[in-house]
Write a protein that binds this ligand. Structure first.
Ligand code: HEM
Length: 200
């Protein structure tokens, strides 16, 4: 089956400034989209549980990610996190983003904007793109047992493709925000000679 839809990863960038490598295409077929939506109906019944499992495992397998979180960086005993209200709330925020992603699978431009803004926010959270792929891996590990015999290799591939797409756009958002922040900090020093000149 061919590619049913495609989205551009750089909604916020002026078209004239766009290079080939800046374009992110969602290679999700209609069949994959339907599979994801069906499986989400089952997953959403356990979203709080999945959110917690996902993050506890993320911190177990990649402790460097825990250091990014102000609230969790000093927690040594990861078992304590399983009952943490804060981790539950955070997990729910991330799962609600996934829910919005699934809901926007037929409106790729809106999905692009959502993921781009999330990437920009992650620049401000100090969470760099090199870590993003770990989240999809842990999401898949957490939902597999919930779906039991409904889990198939094709469904796994579909979720992997979706996470790949979203995290690539998040990375673009992160890099755009980084570029904007840098240009904001460089501007004042550029102005310095002029200011000096007016004083002379
Ligand atoms: C697929 C990858 C990811 C998704 C979909 C995702 C999603 C989200 C969402 C929806 C929020 C809440 C945004 C808000 O309320 O403004 C959030 C916050 C945050 N994320 Fe991520 N995230 C991902 C990966 C990561 C990774 C790998 C890290 C750390 C290494 C990270 C660190 C953070 C931090 C520090 C916050 C702010 C927490 C807070 O202040 O409560 N994220 N993320």
């Amino acid at each position: 089956m061919g590619c049913a839809m495609s989205g551009l990863g750089l909604v916020a960038k002026p078209a004239g400034d766009m290079k080939d490598e800046d374009v992110v295409v969602a290679n999700l077929s209609q069949e994959q989209t339907e599979m994801i939506k069906e499986s989400w109906k089952v997953i959403q019944e356990d979203i709080a549980k999945v959110g917690i499992i996902m993050f506890v495992r993320l911190f177990e397998t990649h402790p460097e990610c825990k250091d990014v979180f102000f609230l969790f960086r000093d927690v040594e005993d990861l078992e304590r996190l399983r009952t943490s209200k804060e981790l539950r709330a955070h997990g729910l925020r991330v799962m609600s983003f996934i829910e919005k992603t699934v809901a926007r699978l037929d409106q790729m431009e809106r999905l692009d904007q959502l993921a781009l803004d999330l990437g920009k926010a992650h620049y401000r959270y100090n969470a760099p793109p090199k870590y993003y792929s770990y989240v999809g891996v842990e999401f898949i590990r957490a939902v597999q047992p919930i779906l039991k015999e409904k889990w198939t290799a094709e469904l796994e591939e579909a979720w992997k493709d979706l996470f790949l797409y979203v995290t690539r756009i998040m990375k673009k958002g992160y890099l755009l925000e980084e570029r904007d922040q840098h240009s904001n900090t460089i501007e004042p020093s550029k102005e310095k000679p002029d200011k000096k000149n007016t004083r002379l």
